[in-house]
Design a protein around this ligand. Structure first.
Ligand code: ATP
Ligand code: MG
Ligand code: MG
Ligand code: MG
Length: 481
């Protein structure tokens, strides 16, 4: 089944069961505390935390998401994209645990001819909060699940909250057992025994309690909420790779064509070399993320969202380099990604001229940066190696700073390229040089603002611009793990 059909089937299933179908919102988060939309629940945060009443008691959606915290996993695990789509169903004061578990079980296990996804119920595992006897009873008594496939975990591992007093509650996570060829068995109910055998596909969050003050997961549950909520998220690409009989999410119909095109460009075969395979998966993922980010209006820049876009374009280009491609490649890859995605997002085709101009411009700019900086970096790396005398070679902070300042090499690029050659970078020294430069720039700017005393506002803008680009809000927001 094509990914677009799995997506549609989700919306149909929940629509037939009284859910209002909400379109995906932009990747640019509607919630100002988040850089990107990182989960299906983001557009509905006010309804979940109870600051607004939802016009619909039941909602379903397939939400475009970006998670930068997964960037290092891309291509290495089977299951992490920077861009992915989260299928969600939500209840605001309507059905609760039993309803949500019933829906999840039915949709996963009903046969494909009956509108379901056709998973074998005997291959499903569920993790629960160990105090959640209600969900345990629904799963065992009503659904008839084998209790050996239900894993009961402490609050630290399976409990949602916003990081502050307010709503909180347990999760139930559905996993699919892919079989013994993918890794060790879940001995003692540990569904994370290493290997890729148990794949988390669907997280049901039960927004049940009012929690009090406390650090981490150490807080009192004061009482049950008056209006409870259900917030679920299932990875569309994860469902797709299992249902399409593929090995990972980069091999599905919406992503793999870019890998195939990369094989054409590079003359290398996917599946022939482990490192090259990772690079091809990174390329396919990052090309798609660039497409989707630009489509939602993100522009390359040196901070915030623009920097994330810049980073994924550049990582794709770097991976292509490591596969031996020196010339531009996006004009061959981006249209392939668009073709693969347009069934679900027709706007990608109608807006493709605009989107592609931005992407190609960024690739060109980066190729120029690489051309001027790579020799300098290689020389510095060689020097660091020859002067290391047996110890781990380290590239000095001044050199990393010069690369940044003169050649536009972002620090993460220097770190990556140095580490590929077994060289560390004195990042602390780099950071302090950066801080000095910023302090100088700030002093200059303030000196220039003659007659204007409101530097506090200016400072706060600067500070927010200088804030780390890596997004952390989601952990605070939901602490799903
Ligand atoms: P994992 O433990 O595999 O990193 P998670 O627990 O961080 O996943 P949740 O926050 O529970 O994920 O999100 C709900 C669902 O969204 C997951 O069960 C999974 O199916 C999907 N999902 C999460 N992160 C990604 C990603 N980076 N790429 C693709 N799908 C994802
Ligand atoms: Mg999860
Ligand atoms: Mg998880
Ligand atoms: Mg995760």
């Amino acid at each position: 089944m094509r990914t677009a059909e799995i997506r549609q089937r989700w919306l149909d299933y929940f629509s037939e069961r009284g859910h209002h179908v909400a379109p995906s919102t932009s990747l640019i988060s509607p919630d100002p505390s988040l850089l990107f939309t990182v989960a299906g629940m983001v557009p509905f945060i006010p309804y979940i935390i109870g600051t607004e009443q939802s016009p619909h008691p039941r909602i379903a959606s397939v939400q475009k998401c970006i998670r930068t915290n997964d960037i290092e996993n891309v291509g290495k695990t089977t299951r992490h994209g920077t861009f992915f789509q989260m299928n969600g169903n939500f209840s605001f004061g309507d059905y609760f645990k039993e309803g949500a578990i019933d829906f999840a079980w039915e949709l996963l296990t009903n046969s494909q001819v009956d509108g379901g996804y056709g998973f074998d119920g005997d291959k499903l595992w569920v993790t629960l909060w160990d105090q959640d006897t209600e969900s345990f009873d629904v799963l065992t008594r009503k659904i008839g699940m084998d209790p050996a496939h239900i894993v009961r975990l402490p609050r630290e591992e399976n409990f949602w909250d916003t990081g502050q007093p307010g709503p909180a509650g347990p999760c139930a996570e559905f996993h699919v057992d892919r079989g013994p060829e993918y890794g060790p068995e879940a001995v003692g109910g540990n569904v994370d025994p290493g290997g890729d055998r148990y794949l988390e596909v669907w997280n049901l969050v039960f927004d049940q309690y009012l929690r009090g003050e406390g650090k981490g997961k150490d807080y009192p549950l004061i009482r049950e909420l008056d209006q409870k909520a259900i917030d679920t998220g299932a990875g569309l690409e994860r469902l797709a790779f299992l249902m399409q009989g593929k090995q990972n999410m980069y091999e599905i119909d919406e992503v793999y064509p870019v890998i195939a095109a990369t094989e054409q460009i590079t003359g290398k075969r996917y599946g022939a070399d482990t490192d090259d395979d990772v690079r091809m998966r990174v390329i396919a993922d990052h090309v798609r993320s660039s497409l989707m980010l630009i489509s939602d209006g993100v522009r390359p820049s040196n901070e915030g969202r623009g920097y994330v876009l810049r980073r994924v374009v550049r990582r794709a280009v770097r991976s292509l380099r490591l596969l031996g491609v020196q010339e531009t490649a996006l004009p061959e890859l981006l249209p392939v990604s668009m073709e693969a995605m347009k069934a679900s997002y027709p706007i990608l085709e109608t807006e493709f001229d605009r989107i592609s101009q931005v992407a190609y411009g960024e690739e060109d700019a980066f190729l120029r940066t690489l051309a001027s900086g790579t020799t300098i970096l290689d020389t510095a790396v060689a020097r660091a190696k020859s002067s290391a005398g047996g110890a781990t070679p380290v590239l000095g902070g001044e050199q990393a700073f010069a690369l940044h300042d003169t050649y536009g090499f972002p620090i993460d690029l220097t770190l990556e390229m140095a580490s590929e050659q077994g060289v560390q970078v004195d990042e602390a020294a780099f950071r302090s040089l950066m801080a000095e430069q910023k302090a100088r720039a700030r002093a200059d700017a303030v000196a220039k603002k003659t007659g204007h005393t409101d530097t506090a506002a200016y400072e706060s803008v600067r500070t927010s611009l200088d804030a780390p680009v890596e997004f952390l809000g989601y952990t605070d927001l939901t602490s799903r793990s």
